[in-house]
Design a protein around this ligand. Structure first.
Ligand SMILES: Nc1nc2c(ncn2[C@@H]2O[C@H](COP(=O)(O)OP(=O)(O)OP(=O)(O)O)[C@@H](O)[C@H]2O)c(=O)[nH]1
Ligand SMILES: [Mg+2]
Length: 217
C-alpha cells in the first residue's frame, strides 16, 4: 500500500514545537507596505509569504501566528490588503502578507497592477523560502489558485497549501475539500508534500505552522 499523498502535517514533536514557540515569542513589527518591486526591503534575511484569494484569511493567519491581533489588517471587506506588507519576526525572518488575488470588485487597472506586482514578487524574490498558499477549507482550490501554483512551479518556489477557516467546515465537507486539494497538488512539482489545516479563530494548526516556519528560518 502506498501512503496517502499530501497528508495533513502532524503536530510537531516537543523540540520542534519549542523552536516554533521561541521564534514567534520574538517581536513582530510592521516594516512597510510595498507597491513596486523597487520598494522591497533589502533581501538580507529569509522570508515566507502568505498568498491566496481575497478574503481567504491571510492577514488573520499572520495575526494568529504572531499573537498580535491588529498587526496585519484583517477585514470582512475583500481586497483589504492592497500592498505587499512586510513584517519582521524576530531578527532573522520576514513574514510577507500579500494582496489577495481573484478579487474583481476593484477598478481593472488597480487589480492588474496588484496582480503584476504579485507575480513579479512570487517569481523574483531570491530570499523567499516558502510560499504558503491559503485555501478556504469550505471551497477548495479555484482556478486562480492553480494559476499561482503554476507560476510557483515555473519559479521553483516551494509552496505549501494551508487550509483556512477550519472552524467553519464540517468534517465530511472538509475531507471532500482535502481530496480535491490533494488532486490538484499532485499536478504541481513545487508543492510541498504536506497540508496544514488551520483556524485563526480557534487556533487549530497555528503551533504546527509556527514550527514549520521555524524549521525554515
Ligand atoms: N471563522 C473564521 N473566520 C476567519 C478565519 N480567518 C479569517 N477569518 C475571517 O475572514 C475574513 C477575511 O480575513 P482576512 O484575514 O482579512 O483575509 P485576507 O486573505 O487577508 O483578505 P485580503 O487582504 O482582502 O486579501 C475576516 O472577516 C476574518 O475575520 C478563521 O480561521 N475562522
Ligand atoms: Mg489581507
Amino acid at each position: 500500500m502506498t501512503a496517502l499523498p499530501f497528508p495533513l502535517a502532524e503536530a510537531p514533536d516537543e523540540i520542534t514545537a519549542e523552536r516554533g514557540r521561541k521564534l514567534f515569542a520574538g517581536e513582530s513589527v510592521f516594516v512597510k507596505g510595498v507597491v513596486a518591486m523597487s520598494g522591497l526591503p533589502p533581501a538580507d534575511r529569509l522570508e515566507v509569504c502568505f498568498a491566496g484569494r481575497s478574503n481567504v484569511g491571510k492577514s488573520s493567519l499572520i495575526n494568529a501566528l504572531t499573537g498580535t491581533k491588529g498587526l496585519a489588517r484583517a477585514s470582512n471587506t475583500p481586497g483589504r490588503t492592497q500592498e505587499i506588507n512586510y513584517f519582521t519576526q524576530g531578527p532573522d525572518l520576514f513574514l510577507v502578507d500579500l494582496p489577495g488575488y481573484g478579487y474583481a470588485n476593484a477598478p481593472v487597472p488597480v487589480v492588474e497592477k496588484w496582480q503584476r506586482l504579485l507575480k513579479q514578487y512570487l517569481s523574483g524574490r531570491q530570499t523567499l523560502r516558502r510560499a504558503f498558499v491559503l485555501i478556504d477549507a469550505r471551497h477548495g482550490v479555484k482556478p486562480v489558485d492553480e494559476e499561482i501554483m503554476t507560476l510557483l512551479d515555473t519559479s521553483a518556489v516551494t509552496f505549501q497549501a494551508v487550509l483556512t477557516k477550519a472552524d467553519k467546515v464540517k468534517a465530511k465537507d472538509r475531507d471532500r475539500v482535502l481530496n480535491q486539494v490533494r488532486g490538484v497538488l499532485a499536478k504541481h512539482p513545487a508543492a510541498y508534500p504536506e497540508i496544514v489545516l488551520t483556524s485563526s479563530e480557534k487556533g487549530d494548526g497555528i503551533a504546527t505552522l509556527r514550527s514549520i516556519i521555524a524549521t525554515l528560518a
